[in-house]
Write a protein that binds this ligand. Sequence first.
Ligand code: TNX
Length: 502
Amino acid sequence: MPPTSLGLVPGPLRLHLRRGRFTFDSATAIRATPGTEPAALLLRTLLAPATGLPLPLADDGRVVLALDPDLTGLGTQGYGLTVSEDAVLLRAARPEGLLHGVQTLRQLLPPAALSAGPVHGTPWSVPCLETTDVPRFAWRGAMLDVARHFQPVSFLRRFTDLLALHKLNVLHLHLTDDQGWRMPVRAYPRLTEVGGLPHGGAYTRRELTDLVAYAADRGVTVVPEIEMPGHVRAALAAYPHLGNFPDRRLEVWDRHGVCDTVLGVHDDALDFCRTVLGEVMEVFPSEYIHVGGDECPTDEWHSSPTALRRVADEGLAGPEALRGWLMERVGTFLTEHGRRPLGWTDHGDDLPESFTVMAWRDQEHGLAAARTGHPVIMAPHRSTYLDYPQSTHPQEPPGQPGFSVDLPTVYATDPAPAHWDAKESAQVLGTQAQLWTEYVPTAAHAEYLVFPRLCALADTAWSGGNDWDGFRTRLDHHRTRLDTLGVPSRPSTLHHPERNSR
Ligand code: TNX
């Protein structure tokens, strides 16, 4: 077991402590060998505010960053770090690995290194050690719902920093829903004019493009989600003709739950999906594009003559098949543009073959999808929905009602449970936390709900989730880092983990 005394979160795969320390001082320079410049700049960017160290790039620098594609044992995201008294060597097969290694170096420094402003009198040293660190899962993410309650892009950047600190590499942005539409679309300006009004606002294209670059510099991919064919009430309020009853006027929804107004299945609606996704692909270079797909009531399609005509023309079994029909077309459109379609699965068997699926209800739905060959991202609500309160304690700050998710539960939920067979487990890309925001109006409340549960998810996704005692010890140390960053922490009276309320 790697030592817990360093408080690394997530814990490293293998780590051996040695005697002595390496000190970063005003003479320390970084030797960035070809291809490693982004990691060198990140190291400097992260350390400069607190340490004030110049950390210039120089050929004789003693902090050496190196890329070596032959280090295949490190995979695409792993890294090796060797610290001795007179040098630091950070190596990886790919640039992403170096970025994760930079976060380890940052955590090895005193917690004050994470301060926003200059800290004087602290020796900036790290212990001598040797580590080889490779994540268990490739997809380690967090979904943030900016549709229900908008958050400014400054918060998205801070959130991205917090993900990167925990070696999480996906920020899934839930940009549209019944209650709001937050991404501007040139061909449909009313989406944000109308759908951006309640609960906040909307991003500019420039803000999103800049966020993508900011996240990439930190090893985080921003995966956009545009919901369809359900959860589109904000879009229908802006453009009623996209729905099933074009003469009907709707408001952006001000309630929560599953809304029965859904997208039409006529050509205008299909054009809309493709045009919007075309613009989404211009802004977001990510391989995966999320197109929602969850909770789509079919009542409207049962009573819309246009939808019924579509059922007949396409020879479908009934209006229920229209969701799959639409997702199939949207998925093909994305595939033709070199992207991978991603969707929520309600039951494990309800998305077209080309889809990577997010299993949000039960683990068993993830298993069902894995069995039919879908790549799966595990997002089971009982352990990854961080909008649920952290305990049943009467003083617990509230979240989504109806359930609670405590820290041990998040930690113990294996994305590929032991009883799955090897072939099924191999379909699991990873896992992510969800922060739905119906009940989360402020950034402070969002951070309160996310931490420390996100630390547990990150630890499990990176290093396996079978070291609860070690994790608790490491987390105690790690809290000093979160405190330094100003992340609100749970009141100590609530610290005793409790079991779920049901
Ligand atoms: C279900 S999970 C939803 C969201 C809600 C969440 C919490 C999923 C794919 N859909 O629209 O915000 O439950 O109530």
